[in-house]
Write a protein that binds this ligand. Structure first.
Ligand code: GLV
Ligand code: MN
Ligand code: MN
Length: 404
């Protein structure tokens, strides 16, 4: 099948007709439809699909044995996400298998197409949850207890999708059998376009994390409560948003409050509580720590003046990642031999390949994003660049899994 045929099939699944954005949250019907689609496609290519105990899908081309070359990405999305983030890596992996099978290539080392679960952390709050559970950097008990906005636990969500949450946990047998992982991803940011390059290689990922801020005040009447008598948590929240912007500008880092829940969320009432999530990223860990400490101290200093209490909890943290330079140089040579000059780029976005990079040689290919926009329905990559991504990935897999 061509890339376009595959893309057209996946495209409608989980797309909101009103916004045009994707809502492919893990363990929902949209997620199940994506999994079923991938399973069917992999099986049609003669791959054996084996879901693991953490909800990740593994499609094996060749016997299951050590030395596997893994590619793939994720099919879940952020709220109203773009169509390319994650999906591009999965669709190009299937299309690359087609290219290789068309030239009767058969891998000497198994090629595995992986679909990682809950990469965005959009439903249960922890990004790259599937790969963190696989590698053991996030514990099974903590994972089972994670809740979504409706109070449903991950354990309940998995069980209702027919998966046993009692089996969640690290899989050293799987991780230990991986010789290399190469994740292809849409570029998030706009570095390739000005360089005139369709394909890039990842250098590293900024350290990043998520912190939950709970501002607690007192619910009261918006029309009768004197300003002096209010304990309005919205004020502390608003000041903290501004403090985050200032701290990030000062430090040269990034700090974003993109998710907020006001309780009880009534127009004519003062909120009783505001829950807000800070996403912070920086080029190095000291800068990230300073940024978050400044924002947190500012909230702790300003809230008492409004009679509001504040508590802050880190929900996830990913240290700085440097992708394997030896593997990257090898891939650069493979691409150069096909006439592709791939610039090496740093990024602030997290990926499952980066979680696995702590344990196995890992690399990433980026496909040019002409506007740089991502985590938005406006995210885009041109068809010709996606097809270049398929050819690049096929060349890389052929090199890594072919005869030595
Ligand atoms: C993943 O998309 C991230 O938030 O970095
Ligand atoms: Mn993403
Ligand atoms: Mn992604």
């Amino acid at each position: 099948m061509t890339f376009s045929d595959l893309w057209r099939e996946l495209e409608p699944i989980g797309r909101d007709p009103r916004t045009g954005g994707y809502r492919r949250y893990s363990w929902t019907p949209a997620d199940a439809a994506c999994r079923a689609w991938f399973t069917r496609q992999a099986q049609q290519r003669g791959l054996r699909v084996e879901p693991d105990n953490n909800g990740n899908l593994w499609a094996w081309w060749g016997e299951r044995r050590p030395g596997a070359v893994v590619t793939g990405s994720h099919l879940d999305s952020v709220p109203d996400g773009g169509g390319f983030d994650g999906a591009l890596g999965v669709v190009t992996a299937l299309a690359a298998v087609d290219l290789l099978q068309a030239k009767t290539f058969y891998p000497e080392r198994p090629v595995v197409l992986a679909v990682f679960t809950e990469e965005e952390g959009a439903r249960f709050g922890v990004s790259c949850l599937g790969s963190r559970l696989l590698t053991g950097v996030f514990g099974p008990d903590a994972a089972r207890g994670l809740t979504d906005e409706g109070g449903i636990t991950l354990a309940e969500a998995m069980a209702s999708a027919g998966h046993d949450p009692g089996r969640i946990g690290p899989r050293d047998d799987l991780v230990g059998g991986i010789a290399a992982i190469v994740e292809l991803h849409v570029e998030q940011g706009r570095a390739l376009a000005p360089m005139g390059a369709a394909i890039g290689l990842a250098e590293g990922i900024w350290p990043h994390g998520r912190w939950r801020f709970d501002f607690t005040g007192r619910a009261d009447h918006a029309g009768t409560t004197r300003l002096a008598d209010r304990q309005d948590p919205m004020l502390g929240y608003a000041r903290t948003v501004l403090a985050a912007r200032e701290a990030a500008a000062e430090e040269g880092s990034l700090a974003t409050f993109g998710r907020v829940i006001a309780e009880p969320n009534g127009t004519n009432g003062i909120a009783s509580a505001v829950h807000a999530w800070l996403d912070a990223r920086a080029a190095d860990e000291d800068t990230l720590t300073r940024t978050v400490t400044t924002i947190r101290s500012s909230a702790e200093r300003s809230c008492p003046q409004d009679g509001v209490t504040i508590s802050v909890r880190q929900e996830s943290y990913t240290p700085a990642v440097r992708f394997d330079p030896v593997l990257r140089d090898r891939l650069a040579e493979v691409l150069a031999a096909t006439g592709v000059n791939a610039p090496v780029l740093p990024t602030g976005a997290g990926h499952d390949a980066a979680v696995l990079a702590a344990r196995v040689p890992a690399a990433m290919l980026f496909v040019r994003n002409p506007t740089g926009i991502s985590h938005s329905p406006a995210e885009h990559a041109d068809l010709a660049d996606c097809e270049a991504g398929v050819r690049a990935l096929a060349a890389v897999l052929e090199h890594l899994a072919g005869p030595k």
